[in-house]
Design a protein around this ligand. Structure first.
Ligand code: NDP
Length: 433
């Protein structure tokens, strides 16, 4: 890690995986002999590029673009693009590293990668976002392809951005290569359930985890962080399964509605009107927007962190446990700090780590690639059934692996070990590359 100074989030993600795989290395000396740990921590390729663009006032801006192609042992690099002012190389490396293992857990043939930019889409017009996406793709196009590297969305990159990126790729290459990006709109090669997949998948995973304890979502009080793509559809599915979702947040504060949030209204505000969460109480009497505070102060039985990394500290985890929280499903990537994770595990909270619980998004992206390759399009019901089966499979793999290695109920260890051994075995087969 000394050769990657200042990449704290990357170090944190690597440490979490390496702490889990001690027992594996003892059992499989061939991994150590082949230096799998060192190889797996070093990206195959890292691309950093300039993204110049012009705003509506004619001012020129220069952003930085990234694509980290981390590991292509199991298939083409696959992972989203994040547009957020906090994005640095270390952010993308942490996300790309996680992605290798997440993708392995899905059982689908996809390697791990991630990309993005420090561009802030908040407050930008559609035209500005389009010009930025076109400039970003004007460099990225030469590095990606349906058999090479297949980006998708993440924070700040939704259907609108994927559309502009795909348009520019098509224009530059003169190829209608649907499988080069996932998360596309339905009229041009998108897949049913991709929009819903990460949030729904997270709830399906937690549903399995609760069932293993003889419980269900029915009647549970749920708190969700974030109000973006993952959060909205986690709320929708949790409600469908009988839970009451009382609060969700954005980076300015949270909205609380003891009667249960109206998810259709939230979707209207966030997806259609592209407005802030603080507008919610204007339409719903009894609801309040609490500015400048963290949503974890609202007591709940099930917490679904769906915003960003390191958003639950050790102190907040303690407060959540005191407030009655018995299950956590990470919809976001690495939302719980190492201290927070320790508090949850010590308190016996059922804890679903992001690389397992939020794998439904990338799994459905792989299904989108399958549909693009066969020029097919599947129904919503069939796609949701496939997603549910995949999440059940991931849950079972994590649970069984944790038991096999003497850590029953520890889904972190189960996920890391199951994924690591899969990738490591495949790397051994491919030789020293
Ligand atoms: P969106 O951009 O749609 O939404 C992000 C949400 O999180 C917004 O409500 C945003 O609030 C909030 N947020 C973002 N950054 C911060 C921050 N630094 N502090 C507080 N709040 C913040 O992103 P997604 O829903 O797509 O992604 C959310 C998480 O899920 C990320 O960790 C992502 O990596 C992960 N994920 C996403 C997948 C997908 O399919 N989209 C797949 C797997 C994982 P505000 O609007 O105020 O910024």
């Amino acid at each position: 890690l000394a050769r990657n100074p200042g990449e704290d989030e990357f170090h944190q993600a690597v440490r979490e995986v390496l702490e889990s795989i001690g027992p594996v290395l003892g059992k499989h000396p061939q991994y150590t002999d082949a230096k799998i740990v060192s190889r797996i921590c070093e990206p195959e390729r890292q691309i950093i590029f300039r993204v110049p663009w012009e705003d509506d006032q004619g001012r020129i801006h220069i952003n930085r673009g990234f694509r980290v192609e981390f590991n292509s042992t199991l298939g083409p690099y696959k992972g989203g693009l994040r547009f957020h002012p906090s994005v640095r190389l270390g952010t993308i490396k942490f996300l790309g590293f996680e992605q290798i293992f997440k993708n392995a857990l899905t059982g689908l043939p996809i390697g791990g990668g991630k990309g993005g930019s420090d561009f802030d889409p908040k407050g930008r017009s559609d035209r500005e976002v389009m010009r930025f996406c076109q400039s970003f793709m004007t460099e990225l196009y030469r590095h990606i392809g349906e058999h090479t590297d297949v980006p998708a969305g993440d924070i700040g990159v939704g259907g609108r951005e994927i559309g502009y990126l795909f348009g520019q790729y098509k224009r530059i290459t003169n190829r209608y290569e649907s499988g080069v990006l996932t998360g596309k709109g339905l009229p041009y090669g998108g897949a049913q359930v991709r929009t819903e997949a990460t949030g729904y998948g997270c709830v399906f995973f937690v549903e399995e985890m609760l069932a293993a304890r003889g419980e269900s979502f029915d009647g549970k009080r749920v708190v969700v962080s974030g109000s973006g793509n993952v959060a909205l559809y986690a709320m929708e599915k949790a409600r469908q399964l009988g839970a009451t979702v009382v609060a969700c947040s954005d980076s300015d504060g949270y909205v609380l509605d003891e009667k249960g949030l109206d998810v259709e209204l939230l979707k209207e505000i966030k997806e259609v009107r592209r407005e802030r969460l603080s507008r919610y109480p204007e339409t719903v009497s009894g609801a309040v927007y609490v500015p400048g505070r963290r949503v974890w102060e609202v007591p709940c039985e099930v917490a679904l962190p769906c915003a960003t990394q390191n958003e639950i500290t050790g102190k907040e985890a303690e407060e959540m446990v005191r407030g009655g929280c018995t299950a956590v499903g990470e919809g976001a990537n690495m939302p719980t700090t190492p201290e927070g994770t320790r508090v949850f595990l010590e308190a016996g909270v059922a804890f679903a780590p992001g690389k397992a619980a939020n794998a439904g998004g990338v799994a459905t992206s792989a299904l989108e690639m399958q549909q693009n390759a066969s020029r097919d399009s599947w129904s919503f019901e069939y796609s949701e059934r496939r997603l549910r089966e995949i999440m059940r499979g991931i849950h079972a793999r994590c649970r069984e692996t944790a038991e096999e290695y003497g850590m029953p109920g520890n889904y972190i260890a189960g996920a890391n070990i199951a994924a690591y051994t899969k990738v490591a075995d495949a790397m051994l087969s491919l030789g020293l590359i």
